[in-house]
Design a protein. Structure first.
Length: 95
């Protein structure tokens, strides 16, 4: 699963703390989660890719933790850490 996020200037440290700590801890609740990769693009754009063992395990996780995932995305926007989320791609990527 990949998406591109635009981080608000001055929020880089908060973003890194969320996506290298809290986000993977949430995903680790699923045995199908492998890892999260962060790739800095141009400016403050960052591609976040979550790698799963299978698309089925990703979908099962999303269903089971729907509320937590929704809260996480809304909290990032509400706190001004992320100003844009785009390019959601749920295609399975092999570990």
């Amino acid at each position: 699963m990949s998406r591109e996020l635009r981080v608000r200037p001055g929020s880089e440290l908060e973003f890194e703390e969320l996506y290298s700590g809290r986000w993977p801890r949430l995903l680790r609740r699923s045995e199908g989660y492998v890892r999260t990769e962060l790739e800095v693009l141009a400016g403050l754009a960052i591609r976040v890719t979550d790698v799963w063992k299978s698309h089925y395990e990703f979908e099962a996780f999303c269903e089971q933790y729907r509320e937590e995932l929704k809260w996480f995305q809304e909290a990032m926007k509400a706190n001004g850490i992320v100003v844009k989320i785009a390019g959601f791609d749920a295609a399975h990527r092999s570990p």
